[in-house]
Design a protein around this ligand. Structure first.
Ligand code: ADE
Length: 232
């Protein structure tokens, strides 16, 4: 999969993309990253990519022209997803991660300042995506969140494919959180690992895990169970 990121912080973005699962995907040649410095497409000699909003008001708005030129420089195929990261976008979730993971190329546009010129949405963006109901100072970290969620779904990126299938929000466990996990030591600060997990009885362990999942979901995310009931 080719992943393009358009940003005014290309160095920071390259570093993030070399980390963890995103870095592994690149090393295995399962994902290739192209980071585009938006300032290379500035129309003046100062590298300006933002300007004051028409109509006044505080803050700066990212200009349409550098963004459109940067996207066009990528020579994308018709219909290839161009994702504008913005708090006004559709909420990112595991279903959207799966949809993006099925594409062979993704392009993320990272906004900054107050927002981007509205015409970016009309001219180049195919999707507008938010990672939550909060405002970041830019789309870079939000794009990284999406990219990590997508590349870990690509075949052969993770060593243990089964672990991916049991993640909370995976297709198999859409409406239930993952169970509690423990590793060594058996006892720490007076807290013991549940005996059943040490028993070697796989049927009982499976039962315990299902129950743990259900209890955690009831306590923390009852909305997921309600959604599941509605869909079934
Ligand atoms: N840019 C600023 N805030 C954002 C958010 N919540 N999600 C995606 N991009 C953003």
């Amino acid at each position: 999969m080719n992943i393009n990121v358009i940003s005014i912080f290309p160095g920071a973005m390259e570093t993030i993309l070399s980390m963890g699962t995103m870095g592994i995907a690149a090393k295995k040649s399962l994902a290739g990253y192209r980071v585009v410095d938006l300032r290379d497409f500035a129309k003046d000699n100062y590298g300006s990519v933002d300007d004051v909003p028409y109509g006044g008001g505080g803050g700066m708005v990212m200009m349409v022209e550098p963004i459109c030129d940067a996207v066009r420089s990528l020579g994308l195929r018709e219909g290839s997803p161009v994702i504008l990261m913005s708090p006004a976008g559709r909420m990112f979730d595991q279903a959207l991660a799966h949809r993006f993971a099925a594409a062979d190329e993704l392009t993320f546009v990272c906004g900054r300042y107050k927002g981007v010129d509205e015409r970016v949405r009309e001219l180049v963006a195919t999707d507008e995506v938010s990672i939550g109901n909060f405002v970041l100072s830019g789309g870079e970290l939000a794009a990284a969140v999406c990219i990590e969620a997508v590349v870990r779904l690509l075949d052969n990126v993770l060593g243990n494919e089964e672990s991916r299938d049991t993640d909370s929000f995976s297709e198999r466990r859409k409406h239930i959180l993952d169970c509690a996990y423990y590793t060594r030591p058996v006892e720490f600060n007076g807290l013991r690992v549940p005996d059943v997990l040490l028993s070697g009885n796989h049927k009982e362990i499976q039962k315990w895990r299902e129950n743990s999942s259900l209890e955690r979901t009831r306590a923390r995310r009852p909305d997921l169970l309600a959604n599941g009931a509605r869909e079934s």
